[in-house]
Design a protein around this ligand. Structure first.
Ligand code: F6P
Length: 358
């Protein structure tokens, strides 16, 4: 008997179900004696032994379904070693559940924080395989994460729709795109949607550069401007602060998010009408795009192969469009940022996009 645990952890995204379907289809194509234990709501399910026994039938018809059939939750890594309110040692509890169910391995789908815990479980002796999910595309060790392309499509569609109103009303529009630390979704959606200004956490902006772009566009007969702004966009001034100082400043900020702060500054300096659109969690919702379905199916099937070969301790990644396995120890705790020196930034600048930096 092959006993496989499975859980999805962290913020949901598109193609989680597609990836799990890939794993299950792959395993059942070679063996019939398989039991699937689906842990509910991420690591919580493993900690509190909350699981459903699933059959291959449960993974049929879910290729296109958004969300996750297992549910998910955020379990901050830094609290993993802190006992819960009833004194339960979470790491010991997860190990206990794993051994009690006599699992051969556990497949964990998640992003950055999830990978830190997955690696911790590996270090504690559990057989773990992970799959790279997150709309943020910020996981080290893989060119892409599933969810990313779907989120880019949604954010692009938002920018496309805003373009028409921005043009009709000669307004400045700020579209705030998800991504607190890393700006991949903003960068790609911004270019795809024809944004005039793209602000990323990795490239601090100067408000005067931004208002200068808006004024110059107006003088050139282009009275509207579209800004694609990442949630974590930061000014040059704030980028000088220590992490702690910036956190304190954010806690006192009178605006709900960066878009609102920029709105006030731009309105004051340009005297133009500014509007904000925040697509928010729509970027993580709905059916996965075709690319993500293919990607998730491929990495899911590759995970199945590793399980059948009893090869554990890896994240399945995509590099140069090839599916590869990366040791979990290499992945955990590292973020993949947009490189301000990357050619995509230079190409975007060549087409007239401003990053608010120069
Ligand atoms: O990590 C994915 C992500 O969607 C980020 O881009 C976003 O900042 C965050 O999650 C939102 O988290 P939550 O769903 O917990 O509000």
């Amino acid at each position: 008997m092959l006993r496989i645990g499975m859980l999805t952890s962290g913020g949901d995204c598109q193609a989680l179900n597609a990836a799990m379907r890939g794993v299950v289809k792959g395993v059942f194509s070679k063996r019939d004696d398989v039991e699937i234990y689906g842990f509910q709501d991420g690591y919580k399910g493993l900690i509190y032994s909350n699981f459903k026994m699933l059959t291959s039938k449960d993974f049929s018809g879910i290729l296109t379904r958004g969300g996750t059939i297992l549910g998910t939750s955020r379990q901050p890594f830094k609290l993993m070693r802190v006992p819960d309110e009833n004194g339960v040692d979470k790491v010991e509890a997860m190990k206990h559940t794993y051994h009690k169910l006599n699992l051969d391995c556990i497949v964990i789908l998640g992003g950055n924080g999830t990978h830190k815990t997955a690696n911790l479980l590996r270090e504690e002796g559990l057989d773990v395989i992970t799959l790279p999910k997150t709309i943020d595309n910020d996981l080290w060790g893989t060119d892409m994460t599933f969810g990313f392309q779907s989120a880019v499509d949604i954010a692009t569609d938002t920018i496309d729709r805003i373009h028409t109103t921005a043009t009709s009303h000669s307004r400045v529009f700020i579209i705030e795109v998800m991504g607190h630390k890393v700006g991949y979704v903003t960068l790609y959606a911004g270019i795809a949607g024809g944004a005039d200004i793209i602000l990323l956490p990795e490239i601090p902006y100067d408000i005067d550069v931004i208002t200068d772009v808006i004024d110059k566009r107006a003088a050139a007969g282009k009275p509207f401007t579209i800004l694609a702004v990442a949630e974590g966009a930061i000014s040059k001034e704030d980028a000088q602060l220590t992490k702690k100082e910036y956190k304190t400043k954010l806690a006192k900020r009178q605006f709900p998010s960066i878009a609102y702060e920029l709105e006030q500054q731009i309105q004051e300096k340009t005297n133009k009408e500014v509007r904000i659109t925040v697509p928010g969690h729509t970027q993580r919702g709905g059916t996965p795009c075709a690319y993500d379905r293919v990607f998730a199916t491929r990495v899911g099937a590759a995970a199945a192969e590793l399980i059948l070969n009893k090869e554990y301790g890896y994240m399945i990644a995509m590099r140069n469009n090839e599916v590869v396995k990366v040791p979990l120890g290499e992945v955990a705790g590292k973020l993949k940022y947009v490189d301000p020196e990357a050619s995509i930034i230079k190409e975007a600048k060549l087409t007239g996009i401003s990053f608010g930096d120069e």
